[in-house]
Design a protein around this ligand. Structure first.
Ligand SMILES: [Zn+2]
Length: 447
């Protein structure tokens, strides 16, 4: 009896060695369920309209009903966080504007997963308000399944996947309001964080991420578009140029570094799915909540499906000559949406575990020289293992993986035998677990 128990023990421990458990995050990514996302989208659609100026007190119809549903849904997720995740409604009373003639109270629903750093945050978001054909019509049905219950469903899946995490940066999972009335909820949030001195190191917004068939019938489901601005649109310097603009860095603003980072980390992790970077802030005639964060100088990017169907966005629900109009849940592909959620969760997981981006990254330009000298301030983190210098030729969109130079912790300067006229560089910190910070493009400096 004893021998057989011992054999059983040896056999089971051998099994454990042969089939190691998947990392927690991989198990959670695999658990992202299209059916749950569909149920979330349909629960929001069931509010009839989620127009920002619709009822905030009716329990069944209007944006107040959607707010209450979201609070309850996020609290269910937070119950599994051992107290690290809290859920709240953050209300802002705003003055009259073009699409809120009497002013408005907008209410963002925010789940906060507290990190060891509370003054640095990463944000993943969608917007839960919706609209019909007429932007001021708060009464007509405005199901807003794709625009943007889909983005909210992605955000909720990120919260589900990451609730177990003890992150370094604090993660905010946000459902914004007032997007369709002029980015009101995100604008107020971005300004508030700035005033509170909270550093937003990355903001991802998901807006229209559920359809796979475009207006002219083109069908693609194997990538998601990721929009990022080039020259930063943040505060202007005294000379009237964006304060962060550096000559020759048109393609290296913080938001574009973030887009590259997201793609690099997601690439190859999801079967038959990729991130396609779009090198512009947004589509023509459209905007999104990332712009509110770009406007205050933060790295922020936008996910949107491959091809949009304009008969399904911002349209009253109706039929014209047999063609359906309106943003209804049956027009969406929930398997596609689940893959978008996986990309977001992978990116936020890495961004929240990684050390903060380096400060004072600079390139010496005191005199002409055929090489490149980079310097930076040592990371204050205790668990830095190394720094990495990324490189690429000036016309290339991505960092060249074969040209990544690693230097040990303690190093704060490097000379590279490459011309700074012909190459682009960015420096990142890598911790002992291998988590990589956002890379920072060097500013030209005399020393
Ligand atoms: Zn939208």
């Amino acid at each position: 009896m004893r021998t057989s128990l011992l054999l059983l023990f040896i056999a089971s421990s051998l099994c454990a060695q042969v089939a190691p458990q998947l990392p927690e995050i991989d198990r959670r990514l695999a658990a992202i369920a299209p059916a749950t996302m569909e149920a979330d989208v349909r629960a929001l659609v069931a509010c009839g309209t989620r127009h920002t100026l619709s009822s905030r007190t009716d329990e069944k119809r209007g944006i107040g009903a959607a707010r209450d549903w979201l609070v309850q849904r996020m609290r269910q997720i937070a119950e599994r966080s051992d107290g690290r995740m809290t859920v709240g409604v953050e209300a802002f009373t705003l003055p009259p504007g073009p699409r809120v003639p009497q002013g408005a109270t907008v209410e963002n629903v925010v789940a906060t997963l507290r990190g060891t750093e509370t003054e640095r945050v990463v944000i993943v978001s969608g917007h839960y308000d919706s609209r019909a054909s007429e932007p001021m019509d708060a009464n007509a049905d405005a199901p807003g399944a794709n625009d943007d219950a889909s983005g909210v469903a992605v955000m909720l899946q990120c919260a589900e996947a990451l609730v177990f995490l003890q992150p370094r940066a604090t993660i905010l999972f946000v459902a914004y309001s007032g997007e369709e009335q002029g980015l009101l909820g995100s604008g107020a949030h971005a300004k508030q964080l700035k005033e509170q001195g909270v550093r937003v190191s990355a903001m991802l917004t998901n807006d229209i991420v559920g359809g796979v068939i475009g207006s002219s019938g083109q069908r693609e489901n194997n990538f998601v578009r990721l929009f990022s601005e080039g020259v930063p649109s943040g505060p202007l310097s005294e000379r009237g140029r964006p304060a962060q603009t550096i000559i020759g860095s048109d393609n290296d603003a913080p938001s574009r570094q973030l887009a590259r980072y997201v793609r690099e980390h997601a690439q190859g992790r999801i079967a038959d799915f990729d991130v396609r970077m779009i090198f512009r802030q947004d589509r023509y005639l459209r905007g999104g909540d990332h712009k509110s964060f770009n406007d205050v100088g933060c790295a922020a990017v936008r996910f949107t499906e491959c091809h949009e169907n304009y008969e399904r966005q911002h349209q009253d629900v109706r039929s014209i000559e047999g063609r359906p109009f309106g943003d209804l849940p049956e027009a969406l592909d929930y398997k596609f949406m689940a893959k978008v959620a996986m990309v977001n969760a992978i990116a936020i997981h890495e961004l929240a575990l990684a050390p903060a981006a380096l400060r004072q990254v600079r390139m010496l330009t005191a005199g002409l020289s055929p090489h490149t000298e980079l310097r930076w301030e040592a990371s204050p983190e205790a668990d830095i293992a190394s720094y990495a210098v990324n490189m690429r030729r000036t016309h290339e969109p991505d960092w060249d993986k074969n040209e990544r130079r690693m230097v040990p912790a303690g190093t704060t300067a490097i000379v590279i035998e490459r011309s700074k006229d012909d190459w682009l560089f960015a420096v990142e910190a890598v911790d002992k677990a291998g988590h990589r910070s956002l890379p920072v493009y060097p500013a030209p400096a005399q020393r």
